[in-house]
Every structure is written in C-alpha cells, then in structure tokens.
Design a protein around this ligand. Structure first.
Ligand code: SF4
Length: 366
C-alpha cells in the first residue's frame, strides 16, 4: 500500500465505486468533498451527507472544501451559462474542483490525487484526465467507469442508502435536466402502471401499440405548467383533510399542469380507433401530466429557502377537498390565461389531461 491518495468526491454514489478500486490498486484513499459547482446549499448538504455516510461505512477520513458557489459562478460559468453539458463550461468546472483538490493534496502531504468524476458515463474519461493533469502535479489516472464501475456505484449506493441526484450539479444542468424530463414522453413502464397491469409489462402486439402511440403523442402534446407560492392562510385550505396534510407547513405552492388541448383531440381519435388504443392513450396522458408535475416540483425546489422541504401533492377531489377548489386554484394562478386551463360546469378541468395541486412547504428540523 502506498501513502494517502486524495479522492475528489463529486457525489457519494460515484465515490462508493472508487474506494475499493483504489485499495485494490494499493492506494489508501481519503475523501475530499470540493463541489462549489452545486447550485444550492441544500443540494451541497445532501451530497455532503452521502459522502459522510460513505466515509463512515468505509472507515476513512473525509475532508471538506468550504462551499463558495458565487466564486464558482464568477470563475467558471460567467459567459458560459448556455454551454451544453460536456462543453467548455464543464471542462472549466472539472479544472476548478480538481484545482482545489490538487492544492489540498500538495499542502497536506498526499502522494497524489484523483477523482470520482470518471465513474459517470456522462463524463468522458480523456476530458477528465486532461483537467486533472492541468489542475496540478500528482494526478493519478483512474478510469473508474471501466469494468462496470458505474453499475457498481448504483448497487453500492442503494445498499448504503446514499442520496442519488438526477442532475449534474450546477443550475444550468438542473434546468436542462428538468426541461428534458418535463417534455419527454413517459416510458412503457410508466404507461403500463396507469394501464393497471400490475407487475406485468406490455408484450407482443400490445407493446407495438404502446410504442406507436408514444411516438404519436410526442407530436400531439404541448406540456405546460404554472405555479406560485402563497401563504398558508388562503381560503382554499379550509378542508380539514388538507389542513391535517399541511400541518407544520408555513406556505404552499399551487401548481397547474396540462398536456394541452391538442392532446384531447388525440384522445378522441384513439377512442374512435379501438378500445385498446383508448386505454393506452388515457394511460399515456395520465403518466404524462404526472411527469410534468414532477418536473414542476423539481423547479419549485430550486426556489426553496435553506432548510425548507416539500410535502406530497394534494389535489381537489382527494379526501374532503371539493372539486370546486379547482376553480379557486385556477384563478389564483391565472391559469386560464397563462396555460389555457379552465373549469367545466361539472367542476372538472379542461383540457382533460390537466391537474392542479397544493404542495405544502415545511421547514426541516435542524
Ligand atoms: S453541467 Fe456539471 S460539470 Fe458541467 S458545469 Fe455544470 S456542474 Fe460542472
């Protein structure tokens, strides 16, 4: 075993695959959490917590670089906000975090440093290596994605219960990830869940129909969403069931998501075509509008203050919250003008694949 090698930890899951490989290569890893690229303190804390859990599970030290996102924005992202992922901004970002790692390694007598960034299939190894070499002397070239490294990271992270994020780290990557998820057509598995197939999945002719309708739906819908934050005292929250659900919440977000009027025409065409197509189209719409709401929640999380968290969604028609609340929420959000959603005489939403929801905001206990 050689002396200590500093492992830059981009996140706990990726680092979980690196530690055993470094040990197998005769190196004694010490974790170094240097991630000022992360867009919020809350996200930084979540990923740091995962790194701490890993350090405890592996019984190795963890060092932490102070968080300074303003400096990262100034030195890395300024003028590069619209770069695509894997572009120049990312190269600078790698160099920035690895530069901090190289400086800490040099100042504290480490034999060398390396990074967990090479675990990710989205981070080309030659680009990471180039950034590591440019960051300072002593970079050790570990290609951790080799021999199933990424798969191993997902398995170990699940076994250790580590938080796994769904975007790279900065606000620009978060926005791109949300937009991609918001507009993507639901997977076959998601659609099957709304077809009430239990654990079964579509096969044969049914699978072909699901795939065909997925392709058509992508042309037929225009997912949109609007949301805003309100104080807890508004009259919409007078239902006892909702009041109980919102216990401890200091505010609420109201959300309205829709797949648009053209999707209703698609549903009518499929209903006229066959019972099977009608079932698939309805399931596709239900999964699609839920997916848009999920993306809205991700957007809302970006607005939360430090220590705030969201409780689960609650919609009119659920529990004792009457359907009439649909109208209150639409008018508070000005949703008819902004995203084209209105309430029918029977208090349902039009277009039909639209949902409104109340999401409470709770302050996490320290
Ligand atoms: S997308 Fe990821 S690697 Fe690229 S700049 Fe943002 S945080 Fe850094």
């Amino acid at each position: 075993m050689t002396g200590k090698t500093l492992l830059h930890v981009c996140c706990g899951p990726c680092a979980s695959a690196c530690v055993p490989r470094m040990r197998a290569a005769g190196r004694a890893p010490v974790l170094y959490f240097a991630n000022s690229n992360l867009d919020t303190v809350a996200e930084w804390r979540r990923r740091l917590d995962a790194a701490r859990r890993l350090a405890a599970a592996e019984d190795i030290p963890l060092e932490v670089e102070p968080y300074d996102h303003a400096a990262w924005l100034r030195e890395v992202a300024a003028g590069r906000e619209n770069d695509p992922e894997q572009g120049e901004r990312c190269m600078r970002c790698f160099r920035y975090n690895l530069g901090k790692t190289a400086a800490f390694a040099a100042a504290n007598g480490f034999d060398g440093f390396t990074t967990s960034l090479t675990v990710s299939p989205h981070k080309p190894t030659p680009v990471v290596f180039a950034a590591g070499r440019a960051a300072g002397a002593g970079f050790v070239e570990f290609d951790f994605k080799k021999n199933g490294g990424f798969l191993e990271s997902t398995r170990r992270a699940a076994a250790l219960g580590l938080y796994r994020q769904n975007y790279c780290g900065c606000e620009f990557s978060r926005r791109a990830s949300i937009a991609a998820r918001a507009n993507a057509v639901p997977s076959v598995r998601e659609i099957a869940a709304y077809m009430r197939m239990g654990a079964a999945q579509p096969e044969g002719e049914l699978l072909k129909r699901v795939e065909a309708l997925r392709a058509e739906a992508a042309e037929a819908w225009t997912p949109k969403c609007v949301f805003a934050r309100f104080p807890r005292t508004d009259p919409v929250w007078t239902s006892p069931g909702l009041a109980k659900h919102l216990e401890g919440c200091g505010g609420v977000y109201l959300v309205c998501a829709t797949l648009g009027a053209a999707f209703d025409a698609f549903l009518r065409r499929k209903a006229a075509a066959s019972g099977t197509d009608a079932l698939i189209a309805q399931a596709l719409g239900a999964a699609g509008v839920e997916r848009r709401l999920d993306a809205a929640e991700d957007e809302i999380r970006q607005e939360l203050a430090d220590g705030e968290t969201l409780v689960s969604r609650y919609s009119p028609g659920y529990g004792d919250l009457p359907l009439a609340a649909n109208g209150d929420i639409l008018s508070l959000l000005d949703a008819t003008r902004r995203v084209g959603v209105s309430m029918t005489e029977s208090q349902l939403l039009a277009p039909s694949k639209s949902v409104v929801a109340v999401i409470g905001v709770r302050k996490e206990c320290a």
